[in-house]
Design a protein around this ligand. Sequence first.
Ligand code: DCP
Length: 231
Amino acid sequence: LYSTGTLYTSKLMRNGDERKSVVCIEGNIASGKTTCLEYFSKTCDIEVLTEPISKWRNVRGHNPLGLMYQDPQRWGLTLQTYVQLTMLDQHISPIMSPVRMMERSIYSAKYIFVENLYKSGKMPEVDFAILTEWFEWIVKNIDIPLDLIAVYLQTSPQKCYERLKMRCREEEKVIPLEYLEAVHQRYEDWLIKQTLYKVPAPVLVIPADHDLQTMLKQYEENRYRILTASN
Ligand code: DCP
């Protein structure tokens, strides 16, 4: 077991007898998920699904991500309803290659971001109740791969804060260090302590505070385990 970032994999029996893996990469905001996905998409013949953030920044001319950061009380439900829909859409889309790698999942959308909004007092109870009803209905009624492997890119909140400042995404300028600390705590509770919520798969932890070269080396060292979903 290693120590930074998250990925899940799921063995699916789809398209006849062909065995397919779905691997989800998890980690804090700016933990380096995109770099991880890029590395594997360039070096292996796999399908990569990045987080549909462009949709969250522009749905029919509206920017629910930006609105949520401006006023979470008012717009948290709006963004998270749409996140849930777009993540579900990715989970159920036909798998085009023997291995699919996904950035985050419908599980982290709920267990990390929705729970965080609610528990930090930024989401009204009724909004939380409705998102929870939706989430529970989806996982009960829709066939989302359950035997995943999660690759957890484990970082310190401080490192994510530095990276966030460097990349300078407009909507994220208002994010304080405390927000990254809260998201970090939720990830640790979910994937390391594993006390609060069901973990949908075995977890491979990769320490992700390192520089790019070291991170690429770690991805290379873990390539087999990740691609075969065997940790
Ligand atoms: N977000 C959210 N609620 C969710 C999922 C994401 O509010 N359920 C927000 C957090 C970020 C933005 O969406 O502001 C995009 O998420 P990441 O920063 O994790 O995605 P990146 O592509 O930036 O990740 P990384 O830097 O690890 O590559």
